[in-house]
Design a protein around this ligand. Structure first.
Ligand code: SF4
Length: 705
């Protein structure tokens, strides 16, 4: 068929935090009228230079109206937008009037665009007057945020993807990057850096590594305390950097001193020779990147673990230089953008904490009606408050907490008895949507326009190339409509995402100077861009301000940090075991994670046949020794139970697991298969600093069915 028209949009992949550029082309045939969407990697985008993984390259197969929520639904009945918006606004107003602002909450998502996030955060923290606005990013990277803030004084990722090209050693910690961040893994492989993987289980990533340390789950902090001790003993410290640019080194070294290689090897259950091989390699390789992800973060001590990794980079001065740095990789496409606007309950806006000065500053900038006066409830606390009745109205946007939260079935039960549950989503039948009083149809990838920020602080455009389906609206439009009905019309009179972005950029630079606590996140150079400049914004790394109008590829090259003293802080850490320990009744540890071809709860990737072919049903990975002990055959249906819930799956007997450990994918849920929600088993223990829940180590028992 001869194609007569082709329209190309450069946008960004909606899946992982790599943030690959995607070129979407709409092509149509005069003969059939049929329209085809062609997806290719954007060769100009610096994250991927034209490459896409299987999920990204299958995006065209996930488009279409099937399963989409196309009209608002109130108590299961279709309604018009006016009715839906009046219901939302009147319920929020009545709840606030009767029970105060802290009786309402928003739960957002790293799938939202920055502009959506910005207006939701502004409405809650500046106009409703509560900070009960948290996000599923809490489950993903909040410990990395907390650790960066402790060490650098700001949630500021020092590195960029070019550092992976230049590194001679990449240490992957708690990451199966070959599957979860495939384009970055390909870059590491192309660069031919030595790869060391620290992960309790074997994976495709460990198969391609030069060295795999299969540590005991949760023992990372001891491993890196031991590394700090080794670096000291082997004369590998950068004493000049320590003296001139850091503080608290002596206390940190004191805490690490007991972690001799012998003690670490025993504690982490790794071979001493292999451990020393890693330590020696790290010690002699100047260009080292530590690349870490959910295996480190999803822990009751995730912040401490992050800081032990950062400590080793500070001790060797391996930060702010090409090919070096502690590099936390986000799971979601816009976890970073959400952090930037204040999407976490403990942050105000533009990376500002809840200090008196900042509350006043942001209040003046917004001309706020009622400012939140302190941090709100973090994800686990937020749903606990829904259960206890303290939260009486919750609005959940673009996420599925009834599947993803620890003790997920209890979260679903809590939502079912909550007086007002509003859910905005692009799909209508999720475990969370089933708990909603009001369902609001939202646009999704391909239909929305705005910005996202990837793991290297790079802001890229997402662009629409498809019309809104049915009656769906953009999330920012829905929030602004409710804000107007609550009486805040003037502050939410945005006409486009570009309008919102300009205000967000202006706030980031508002009174940002050293005297008033300099902030890392500053994109004030973009505050006055035109609609056309916004439309053609080339991917750029923040800060983007007067000092760095073209953006900032790498931070801390000048040894100047965002702490009050300008020095980076070492953090002394006493390693602690995971809270969920095995015992007689629950003798095994269940780990969980992503598969190569699926994303989150499969609402999008589950539509593509090609992606489902990789793994059609939830499987439980079991070591042969455990299989024999519990009388389990390969492919047999098994039951895994914790004190919180149960999970059914088919056993896959594999030596990639260590004896005593199991692995299950996170993607399936009870609405897709019987007892398939793996998060339902987790006890919601959280990290005391970040509030991130311990999802990777759940004490369980196993039996054949
Ligand atoms: Fe999308 Fe991540 Fe794959 Fe890139 S690596 S195409 S961002 S899923």
């Amino acid at each position: 068929t001869k194609l007569f028209s082709a329209r190309r949009s450069c946008t960004t992949c909606p899946y992982c935090g790599v943030g690959c550029g995607v070129a979407a082309t709409r092509e149509s045939s005069p003969a059939t009228g049929e329209e085809v969407i062609r997806i290719q990697g954007d060769t100009q985008h610096p994250a991927n230079f034209g490459k896409l993984c299987v999920k990204g390259s299958s995006l065209a197969d996930t488009l279409g109206d099937q399963g989409r929520l196309l009209t608002p639904q109130l108590h299961g009945e279709e309604c018009d937008w006016d009715t839906a918006m009046e219901f939302a606004a009147s319920r929020l107003r009545a709840t606030i009037d009767e029970h105060g602002p802290d009786s309402v909450a928003f739960y957002l998502s790293g799938q939202l665009l920055t502009e959506d996030y910005y207006v939701a955060n502004k409405l809650m923290k500046g106009f409703i007057g509560t900070a009960n606005v948290d996000t599923n990013s809490r489950l993903c990277m909040s410990s990395a945020v907390a650790a960066y803030k402790r060490a650098f004084g700001a949630d500021a990722v020092p590195c960029n993807y070019d550092d992976l090209d230049e590194a001679e050693l990449v240490v992957l910690i708690g990451s199966n990057a070959a599957w979860t961040h495939p384009i970055l893994f390909q870059r590491m492989q192309a660069a031919k850096a030595k790869l060391v993987v620290i992960d309790p289980r074997g994976s495709v990533t460990t198969e391609m590594a030069d060295l795999h340390l299969a540590i005991t789950p949760g023992s990372d902090a001891a491993l890196f305390n031991g590394l700090l001790h080794y670096l000291t003993e082997s004369g590998a410290l950068d004493q000049r950097f320590i003296d001139n640019h850091t503080e608290n080194f002596a206390d940190t070294l004191y805490a690490a001193a007991e972690w001799t290689p012998e003690k670490v090897a025993k504690y982490c259950s790794v071979d001493l020779e292999q451990l020393l091989e890693f330590y020696a390699l790290y010690s002699r390789t100047e260009k080292t990147v530590s690349f870490y992800s959910q295996g480190v973060n999803q822990s009751s001590t995730g912040t401490d673990k992050n800081n032990t990794i950062i400590n080793c980079h500070l001790a060797t001065g391996r930060i702010g230089k090409p090919g070096c740095g502690p590099f936390s990789i986000t799971g979601q496409p816009n976890a970073m953008g959400g952090r930037e606007v204040g999407g976490l309950a403990n942050m105000l806006a533009a990376h500002m904490d809840f200090t008196e000065d900042n509350i006043d500053r942001v209040g003046r900038f917004w001309s706020a009606a009622k400012m939140a006066q302190g941090p709100g409830l973090k994800a686990v606390e937020l749903f606990d408050a829904v259960e206890s009745g303290q939260i009486k109205a919750v609005w959940i946007m673009a996420t599925n907490p009834a599947v993803s939260m620890p003790n997920a079935r209890r979260v679903a039960a809590a939502l079912k008895q909550c007086p007002t549950v509003i859910v905005s989503d692009c799909v209508g039948d999720t475990d969370t949507a089933r708990c909603a009083d009001l369902l609001l149809p939202a646009t999704t990838w391909g239909e929305k326009t705005g910005t996202v920020t990837n793991s290297e602080r790079r802001i890229s455009r997402q662009k629409s190339f498809l019309p809104k389906p049915g009656a769906a609206r953009h999330d920012w439009e829905i929030v602004c409509d409710v804000a107007r009905r609550l009486g805040f019309g003037e502050a939410f009179a945005f006409e486009s995402p570009a309008d919102i972005f300009r205000e967000h950029a202006a706030l980031s630079g508002f009174e940002n100077n050293r005297e008033q606590a300099r902030r890392a996140f500053d994109i004030s150079a973009l505050a006055n861009i035109s609609d056309q400049e916004y439309d053609f914004l080339t991917p750029v790394q923040w800060p983007v301000n007067g000092a760095h109008p073209q953006g900032t590829p790498r931070l801390f090259g000048d040894g100047d940090f965002y702490t009050p003293s300008g020095r980076a802080r070492f953090i002394a850490v006493q390693p602690q075991c995971p809270k969920q320990e095995t015992r007689d009744e629950y003798p095994l540890i269940l780990n969980s994670g992503r598969l190569r071809d699926q994303w989150h709860t499969m609402t999008r990737t589950g539509r593509a046949r090609k992606l489902l072919d990789h793994s059609e049903a939830p499987e439980l990975h079991v070591h042969p020794q455990e299989a024999s002990k519990f009388g389990i055959e390969d492919a047999q249906l098994v039951r895994v139970a914790s004190e919180k819930g149960q999970f059914f799956g088919r056993a896959r007997i594999t030596a990639s697991q260590k004896p005593g450990q199991l692995f299950a994918p996170i993607h399936w849920s009870d609405s897709l298969a019987h007892n398939a929600t793996v998060s339902a088993l987790a006890i919601p223990f959280t990290d005391p600093v970040s509030g991130q829940p311990e999802l990777k180590q759940v004490a369980v028992k196993l039996e054949p069915l």
